[in-house]
Design a protein around this ligand. Structure first.
Ligand code: HGY
Ligand code: MN
Ligand code: MN
Ligand code: MN
Length: 414
């Protein structure tokens, strides 16, 4: 092999700064929600960087964006590396973006030394991983793994009534130079670098997390519908107030679910009362539930408990209840061969490493349904993420990219 490929740390950090400027928020975070103008700007920048190095740029009908560096045998399925460029509304500069730019850095490092493996290596930016603007999350990677975009997903609307199908069309059109490719291609393997988004690696001063799997996640929207009434003239006995039901439910859920099971996660991210007028007893109250657990059966049991609690308090308040499943992600375990590839790469990079389960879902969860997949974690400051204060030490970004490059080199037997 020609010279050993190496991460160019300065280049990677400069790329991170350039992407952090797209959708930058005043508090140092990023608002680059899926399929917005900011998302399209970041995609264009990635495509321009790719073209400057002579890499091919392709996208599929889910707007998953691929940068391809050819190998000597184009018939072989590629090694795919990547993550996502979309962010939370008040997100961090590293969640997703680090993984995409580290994947691109691997292609550049191979190009820098003229390494020419048999199989192509591709960097991917998956569409709408966060699922914040349009549900479900991991939209692009789920469509890739399933080979189709379910029609009900295309009808999704954001809170301003913008349709996913329209925004998808605009995003595809924003990269006319990208060649289109079918949804879901054969892969040799998939690796994703991501920040841990939790406190473990930093607390233990460990540089690399060899991710063994991803816990299950379920998103619900619960709504209670009562009877709108005048705030001043309606005595208690005449009220069917959905907010009374919601408050009782949320109190009981927070007292019972997580305290009873240390592995359970329950989050109410959004709650709204309609019509939202100060002097009207609400007609309808809707809130979201993000439920997680490493064990699929335990998550199903929590879901059943949630529905029982909701039904009981809805009945007590004289309200109708509706529960909508917005997203349902079974847990995933990565193959031992890929976890070991990551551990070996970390050791070769001179980096401390320990195995870890991901509390966050990632695109790798769905890639693991169709290819040998795995993840590499790096620590983030105080484990903070989905927060504008998200921060990663420059050395940690470089360590992560180095472990990703060495895992790719080992996998490609360069
Ligand atoms: O919510 C998640 O776990 C992912 O970070 N979007
Ligand atoms: Mn992410
Ligand atoms: Mn995220
Ligand atoms: Mn993710």
């Amino acid at each position: 092999m020609s010279r050993t490929p190496a991460v160019n740390g300065e280049r990677l950090l400069a790329r991170l700064a350039a992407f952090a400027a797209i959708g930058a928020t005043p508090k140092g975070g990023v608002d680059r929600q899926a399929l917005t103008a900011g998302d399209r700007e970041a995609r264009r920048l990635l495509a321009d960087l790719a073209a400057a190095r002579g890499f091919a740029v392709l996208q599929d009908e889910a707007a998953n964006l691929f940068v391809r560096r050819e190998g000597t045998d184009p018939s072989l399925p590629p090694l795919l590396l990547g993550s996502h460029l979309d962010t939370q509304p008040k997100g961090g500069r590293f969640d997703g973006t680090l993984g995409v730019l580290a994947a691109f850095e691997v292609l550049e490092a191979l190009e820098d030394v003229g390494a020419r493996p048999a199989r192509a290596v591709e960097a991917v930016a998956w569409t709408n991983e966060e699922g914040s603007r349009f549900q479900p999350g991991a939209f692009g990677s789920q469509a890739f793994a399933g080979g189709t975009i379910p029609s009900e997903w295309r009808e999704a609307q954001d809170r301003d009534g913008m349709r996913l199908s329209d925004e998808l069309r605009a995003t595809l059109a924003a990269l006319p130079q990208a060649k289109s490719r079918p949804l879901g291609i054969p892969l040799a393997a998939y690796l994703e670098l991501h920040i841990e988004q939790g406190p473990a690696l930093e607390a233990e001063d460990v540089a690399i997390g060899a991710v063994t799997g991803i816990q299950a996640t379920r998103w619900l929207e619960v709504s209670f519908t009562g009877r709108p009434a005048h705030a001043g003239t309606t005595p208690l006995a005449f009220r069917r107030d959905p907010l009374v039901a919601a408050v009782a439910v949320l109190g009981e859920l927070h007292r019972s679910i997580m305290p009873a099971d240390g592995d359970a996660r329950l989050t109410v991210g959004r709650i709204a009362a309609e019509p939202g007028s100060i002097n009207v007893v609400p007609e309808r109250v809707a809130f979201t539930l993000d439920l997680r657990h490493p064990d699929d059966a335990r998550l199903a049991a929590i879901d059943a408990t949630v529905r029982e609690i909701c039904a009981r308090h809805a009945a007590a308040a004289g309200c109708r209840m509706e529960v909508t499943v917005l997203s349902n992600m079974r847990s995933a375990a990565f193959p031992e061969s890929v976890v070991t590839l990551v551990e070996t790469a970390a050791a070769r990079s001179g980096l401390s490493c320990r195995r870890i389960v991901s509390g966050a879902f990632h695109d790798a969860l769905f890639l693991s349904r169709v290819a040998a997949s795995g993840m590499i974690f790096v620590p983030c400051r105080d484990g903070i993420s989905h927060n504008e204060a998200e921060d990663v030490a420059p050395a940690a970004s470089i360590d992560g990219a180095t472990a990703l490059l060495n895992a790719a080199v080992d996998y490609l037997e360069l």
